[in-house]
Write a new protein. Structure first.
Lengths: 190, 190
């Protein structure tokens, strides 16, 4: 039997990603979001949704660029802080002791200590309601060499991204390998 | 040191969700996607991206509705199959032995056996490139009572959604609780 929970933003999993931008004074800002995903393969794009009230919203509208970085399990404290404080009042990079790196590809900064970083050019914005959806064209993905396996591929358990549970506000770890995509379902293709 | 991976749809985590639709003959169809996320709190909305070549794309354009359901670790085989076969050629519900339930709220079916289901009305579509992004307004979230804890809340480890690694095509489990959002970062607010 299924129970009805009503019209809620309740689905698992949601990501925990940090959006890096510059403000009008070139002060780097960073904000954590869970409303986002990949949205196109060609050109490769991601989407993130922001409320107009956020400092990051104005920064992206002005600079047409942002970075998206993946905090690791060990950076849950910093990621959570980046989602609570506002760049209107504080330089969150400084306060958290995280170093802003100026992207060479887009007009936005990213946190040096984070293991996986996407540099994005904003190519669409769509007002939906409380949130505006921004589409960012991915120009590069940078991954720390410490989390690459012996084939040179990023190991998700070493990147250790956080999983968010909307409504209930929990951060979770990634667990064990379950199976290969375009693999475990092949027996049903017969 | 960070290594450059180029312009790729490479970020962790991505979800594994199944999109339920009806075709012009009212045959239920279901397709697995990993390009999607939550995109607005009010009205509560999710987004999913589809290639025009998919059967689901035409179904959503025609019926303006879809369901989004979350396969569990134990349904990895069915989910993987739903991402490989096309509804143009086969009734995937029948082939996988999954029962389509007609939503009472939107013009789309969902798989009875799946533990978490969202019923959505398509309110926007945005062509980005190879993929079109669809925004679905969530009318209800239905969750199987078997995965609710003693507070009546869904337990993510019981729902056991799959985590997808883009580019590398792996399915992973959700792991342990790491901390509370709007909690673990509070000490940096001081």
């Amino acid at each position: 039997m299924k129970k009805s929970f009503g019209a809620k933003t309740l689905i698992f999993p949601a990501p925990v990603w940090c959006v890096g931008t510059y403000d009008a004074d070139d002060i780097p800002n960073i904000m954590t979001i869970a409303w986002g995903g990949i949205c196109c393969s060609d050109p490769p794009c991601v989407n993130v949704s922001l409320r107009k009230a956020t400092y990051t919203y104005g920064n992206i509208m002005e600079r047409k660029a942002f970075t998206l970085s993946v905090p690791s399990r060990k950076q849950a404290k910093e990621a959570d802080y980046f989602g609570m404080a506002s760049g209107k009042n504080v330089n969150k990079f400084e306060k958290a002791g995280v170093a802003p790196v100026k992207s060479k590809l887009v007009d936005a900064p990213y946190p040096e200590e984070f293991l996986m970083v996407l540099e994005c050019e904003m190519i669409h914005n769509l007002e939906i309601g409380l949130h505006t959806l921004f589409v960012g064209k991915i120009l590069d993905v940078k991954i720390d060499e410490s989390v690459l396996n012996d084939k040179g591929e990023p190991d998700i358990n070493m990147v250790a991204p956080l999983i968010f549970t909307p409504v209930y506000g929990g951060y979770y770890d990634v667990g064990a390998f379950v199976g290969k995509a375009f693999g475990v379902g092949k027996e049903l293709m017969k």
